[in-house]
Design a protein. Structure first.
Length: 562
């Protein structure tokens, strides 16, 4: 295995030093409070630090947590043990007494060994929020994953998982020295709440955890009242229970929770006389904020939903799609109808939960149907008044979406308003796209838009994901929240390496062939060949991952196409 300085580590906040490599045969143990969770066999490390690869006999690896591990630390240790076990077959040992190598993970607060190690390192003391440090020196029996926070510990262990090389009965760890911290504080994922996700809740739990391992720290859902007759509708109760479950999964990984609410949403049974004048993309049971009594009713409904969920960190006021009202009192929508409900709603949420960040989303507002240029008045007013509850603007990144696309001039206007920004990127509105979505040219345009905003204002965002097949796009965006200059090529390299294992090179080529922008005239034949090669060579764990299924689906789609 080659371990070289790679371009995506080259930023100010990161450093990597090549030292060598450790190879373990067998052996895994997770220890918390002296109680082992999982483990293996025995052995001794040998070799010199100058070696490119340190050959190790049958060594034992123990994962050591502190005396007071957080739920995130306990969970990530188990996930690491499971991943190693699944990919190498290394079985648990009975005690940690024989561990030749100890992987110490945690924060300065949770783990005394980490505290002692951090005391020797200036870079750890100055680690940015949610950052991590991985120190694996082959001359020492203790390896460290230090996180600045729970999210940092999880991201660090995730990075370690991607650096490990898994073989049957053998695990290789390159000696590493990595310090990295994310550029943006809100590194989210918005799962559009539909059957593609909710039909498989166990898979969603694992998906959320995997996202955290890639460095994600926020999960958002939209609660769509219009799907239900009322708050007491049993289906609404089930939906909320599902959200609570997924939020708990996210919280356990050290993530934040986000809730999107369309501001003038209403239940299907809403009073006829309070309903909207029709506007594109909005069901008729939505309510008009200009009719007497409707704002009070909508705020009360939203409050009910908000309180039925565990503490929400980030609340998003969504203006349209669906939403809006075309009556003369609500027009133009941004500063009249929208503001008429958004303001009291924000104030009420802030009153209930002062710590909740409240972001004003402006999706669709720059389209003439939703007020033409009136959005500029909304932005200017908020930027000037800065109500106590106001966290910033959430802006669309959707160059192909005719209602949500933003111009360079629009972006300049936001930059000049000097309010914090988050992005709401369209990564998945691709009609009936078959299988895993890869579209590097499009991603480049999204990245260019992201980087068109002032870096000091940009705080992250929520890529919009409709189905499992947006996984690579989500990971790509997430990588930009860590380092907005990282290339899609680099992300695809990492992705292929982690999910194709020894088949990474062929898998990487296959992903390029599946790219929507691929112009290779031999594309169909090459896709067939690459898939056949992988089919016959990758270990079973590659094929057990649901991602493999999505990729095979993509290949079949091309095979059947003329
Ligand atoms: Zn109206």
């Amino acid at each position: 295995m080659k371990l070289e300085k790679m371009p995506f580590w080259a930023g100010r906040q990161m450093s990597v030093t090549k030292i060598g490599m450790l190879a373990f045969h067998a052996a895994l143990l997770v220890v918390a409070n002296g109680v082992s969770v999982a483990a293996a066999t025995e052995g001794r490390a040998s070799g010199s630090p100058q070696d490119e690869v340190i050959k190790v006999g049958s060594a034992e690896l123990a994962v050591v947590l502190g005396a007071h591990p957080s739920p995130a630390e306990k969970r990530v240790a188990v996930l690491l043990a499971e991943r190693i076990n699944e990919r190498t077959g290394i079985s648990p040992a009975e005690s940690c007494a024989k561990a030749a190598i100890r992987l110490v993970i945690g924060t300065v607060a949770s783990n005394d060994k980490i505290k002692a190690f951090a005391a020797t390192r200036k870079d750890i003391a100055s680690l940015g929020a949610d950052g991590y440090c991985i120190a694996a020196d082959v001359r020492k029996p203790e390896l460290y994953v230090v996180g600045q926070s729970d999210s940092g510990v999880v991201a660090g262990v995730g990075r370690l998982m991607r650096e490990l090389r898994y073989k049957r009965g053998k695990l290789e760890l390159p000696a590493l020295e990595i310090t990295e911290a994310p550029q943006m504080p809100n590194r989210g994922m918005y799962l559009w709440a539909r059957k593609h996700f909710f039909g498989k809740p166990d898979q969603v739990d694992r998906y959320i955890e995997e996202f955290a391992l890639w460095g994600g720290n926020a999960l958002a859902f939209w609660f769509e009242m219009g799907m239900f007759n009322s708050f007491d509708d049993p289906e609404a109760k089930q939906w909320l229970a599902m959200y609570r479950r997924f939020y708990a999964t996210a919280r356990r990984m050290g993530m934040k929770t986000g809730l999107l609410m369309a501001v003038n949403d209403a239940y299907k049974s809403s009073p006829e006389k309070l309903r909207i004048s029709p506007i594109i993309g909005c069901p008729n049971h939505y309510m008009c904020p200009s009719k007497p009594g409707s704002v009070e009713q909508m705020v009360a409904w939203q409050e009910q939903v908000f309180k039925a969920l565990p503490a929400i960190d980030i609340f998003n006021l969504f203006p349209a799609d669906p939403g809006g009202c075309s009556c003369s009192d609500c027009t133009p929508w941004p500063t009249r109808g929208y503001w008429r409900i958004a303001k009291p709603l924000a104030e009420r949420i802030h009153e209930i939960s002062p710590k909740t960040e409240i972001w004003v989303d402006t999706w669709h507002l720059n389209h003439k149907t939703f007020g033409g240029k009136d959005w500029k008045n909304l932005v200017a007013n908020l930027a000037k008044q800065r109500p106590e509850w106001f966290a910033g603007f959430e802006v669309a990144v959707a160059p192909n979406h005719k209602y949500a696309a933003m111009s360079a001039e629009d972006r300049k206007y936001y930059n000049e308003a000097q309010a914090p920004l988050m992005v709401f990127p369209d990564i998945s509105m691709w009609g009936n796209h078959q299988g895993m979505l890869v579209n590097k040219e499009y991603w480049k345009s999204l990245q260019a838009e992201l980087n068109d905003y002032s870096p000091e204002l940009m705080k992250g965002g929520w890529p919009y994901s409709e189905r499992w097949n947006t996984d690579i796009a989500s990971v790509t965006f997430l990588s930009w929240f860590w380092n907005s200059k990282k290339t899609s090529e680099t992300v695809l390299d990492e992705y292929a390496s982690f999910y194709f294992g020894p088949g990474a090179e062929t898998g990487r080529k296959l992903l390029d062939l599946l790219d929507d922008g691929c112009k290779d005239p031999q594309r169909k034949r090459k896709i067939g060949e690459a898939l056949a090669k992988l089919e016959g060579s990758v270990p079973d764990w590659v094929k057990r991952d649901w991602r493999w299924g999505e990729i095979v689906k993509s290949c079949r789609f091309f095979a059947n196409r003329h």
